[in-house]
Design a protein around this ligand. Structure first.
Ligand SMILES: *Cc1c(COP(=O)(O)O)cnc(C)c1O
Length: 397
């Protein structure tokens, strides 16, 4: 059986059209975008600015508001640390959520060790942060609220527009990690009332190693303390020679994600629901993690009662899925996201994440259903107590 990739939340392959656009910038157009004295530099700079406009267009921003980084992790660090440093006079309190990516949670923990107070809001069973809880958590010393747009493990969409409105009313900045949401669901920094937004190329068929932070320039103009000092690239917010080929690819990836969003979202939703229906029609004890509707179109997280997710995966080696977050799957701890749902350790350990994407076909979905059903069934059979065989003591009498 050919391998089936259903882990698009972890990463995506580079779209061939994106790769094609990148290649000249590895070869003949290799200039440094910061070289102002010759055409090699100018063509690189032009390409970077064209890409900046493409990235901005995907999220409804101005090109000047886009700061290129090495990915969403760095963008999250720059946003949260950068705001806390720049606004230290105003306060030292950050509000975030229990289901955030570790790029946000670990950054907040690092700030906690430097004396910043961090409030981590719980989520409901549906995985959604209550905007009223955000409002209650904001105090006179709060400088930033950081709540993700879409969760990477269960796909749940957060009420960013409501949270953005609350943050604005209270005069607090709002950052959102949109690494999973951008390019998959409509996202507009104006409508969402977001002041800072993190995105990543490799989640939307662009290359790994590039991302961006949107930084609002008007109403309000967000101040940010740089976390990487050097040549003053990116308006002094992020120094370092720009990876022109990666940025060109990121721009193209944003263009395609935007122009194909509606159609692709509908297609993925159909395939995802086919996968879900196919599994629950043949297996008992399967529950959905997260909100049924407020969810990314291609994400499905299921708990399989009585088996471990890791075990189910071992039994279907040709289907690539994930148990818990990719970033934490090196450790055996159940994912903090699933635990935050309050489903309990066993259900968390019994969960699998299916991430459908651009290459996913109906035939792959059907083959995956077969593989999952077979693997879960085998495990459940194996763990049944052997009722027919009598115990040795009974056999004697
Ligand atoms: C993938 C991901 C990140 C990390 O992005 P990188 O570009 O790999 O650093 C951060 N947040 C979320 C929600 C993600 O899905």
């Amino acid at each position: 059986m050919p391998r089936i990739y259903l882990d698009h939340n972890a990463t995506t392959p580079v779209d061939p059209r994106v790769l094609e656009a990148m290649l000249p910038f590895f070869r003949e157009k290799f200039g440094n975008a910061a070289s102002k004295s010759h055409s090699f530099g100018w063509e690189a700079e032009d390409a970077v600015e064209a890409a900046r406009a493409q990235v901005a267009a995907l999220i409804g921003a101005e090109p000047k508001e886009v700061v290129f980084t090495s990915g969403a992790t760095e963008a999250d660090n720059l946003a949260i640390k950068g705001v806390c440093e720049a606004y230290a006079e105003n306060g030292n309190h950050v509000v975030t959520g229990a289901m955030e990516h570790n790029a946000v949670l670990d950054t907040c923990r690092a700030l906690g060790r430097r004396g910043v107070e961090v409030t981590v809001l719980p989520v409901g069973r549906d995985g959604i942060v209550d905007p009223d809880a955000v409002a209650r958590a904001i105090g006179p010393r709060t400088v930033l609220v950081s709540i993700m747009a879409a969760n990477n493990e269960i796909g749940t969409l957060q009420p960013v527009a409501e949270i953005g409105r609350i943050a604005k009313e209270r005069g607090v900045l709002f950052h959102s990690d949109a690494a999973q949401a951008a390019g998959k669901v409509p996202l507009d920094v104006g409508a969402a009332g977001v002041d800072l937004l993190s995105i990543s190329a490799h989640k939307i068929y662009g290359p790994k190693g590039v991302g961006a932070l949107y930084v609002r320039r008007r109403d309000p103009r967000v101040k940010l303390a740089a976390q990487v000092d050097g040549g003053g690239h990116e308006r002094g917010l992020r120094s370092g020679t720009l990876p022109v080929p990666l940025i060109v690819g990121f721009g193209k990836a944003c263009e395609f994600a935007g122009s194909e969003l509606r159609e692709e979202a509908a297609r993925l939703r159909r395939l995802r629901d086919r996968l879900h229906r196919g599994i629950v029609s043949r297996l008992d004890g399967v529950t959905l993690n997260g909100h049924v509707e407020k969810r990314l179109p291609g994400t499905l997280s299921l708990a399989f009662a009585g088996v471990e997710g890791e075990g189910v995966m071992m039994g279907m080696k040709d289907v690539a899925v994930s148990s818990g977050a990719a970033c934490t799957s090196a450790s055996i701890e159940p994912s903090h996201v699933l635990l935050a749902l309050g489903i309990g350790e066993d259900a968390a350990r019994s969960s699998l994440r299916f991430g459908l994407g651009r290459s996913t076909t109906e035939a792959e979905v059907d083959a995956a259903i077969e593989a999952v059903v077979a693997s879960v069934t085998r495990l459940r059979e194996a763990s049944k107590p052997p009722r027919t065989r009598p115990k040795p003591t009974e056999a004697v009498s």
